[in-house]
Design a protein around this ligand. Sequence first.
Ligand code: DX5
Ligand code: ZN
Length: 217
Amino acid sequence: MIKIAPSVLSADFARLGAELEDIQSAGADYVHFDVMDGIFVPNISFGIPVLKSLRRVSDQFLDVHLMIDRPLRYVKAFCDAGADLVNVHVEADTTENNLLALQTIRELGKKTAVTLKPRTPAEAAEPFLPFVDMILVMTVEPGFGGQSFMYDQLDKIRRLRSRIDEFFPGCDLEVDGGITPETAPLAIEAGANVLVAGSAVFGMKDRCAAIAALRGE
Ligand code: DX5
Ligand code: ZN
């Protein structure tokens, strides 16, 4: 079963609550919430107060992607604000601190994930695999929506899929960046089972058709 996680980075921020309702009725599985701090990535998006407000109006699964430096400092705040899953970048801190961040998230009863930037090899996920519910492979450089899919990441997706199938069944494999009806089948074929899509959902008028197209329907 392929899950679709529209990224609110491409939504209309003046009417976020309505945008979430719209993708829920269109069949979205998760809501992908991209947090950027202007340090880990060269852009600033939104954070804890916005997540808290959305939690109040939505019962959807909130997949929080932290593109922030040293996320250990903030994971508790994001869990308390209503995240269902908190995702930290392996490049954002030491392995030791990132493992502590994952432990904190689990102790608060939420799901865990780690993300790999395009230039980070698949092996960088190894120390985290026993402690995560999901691995995210970035298929663009993090920071902005609307970029083109990096085909050279497909091999990394394949390698992580075989590691997961062999040793960590149940772990999800998510892809993020440049996912369209054209690139989605390649990511799925390589082994991804959760697809993040910003422009390809929120950039379309008919979100129901957009989500169905990503599922290949
Ligand atoms: C990029 C973000 C993505 C972004 C995807 O740093 O992590 O989630 O919103 O946007 P699209 O789908 O437009 O590439
Ligand atoms: Zn993201």
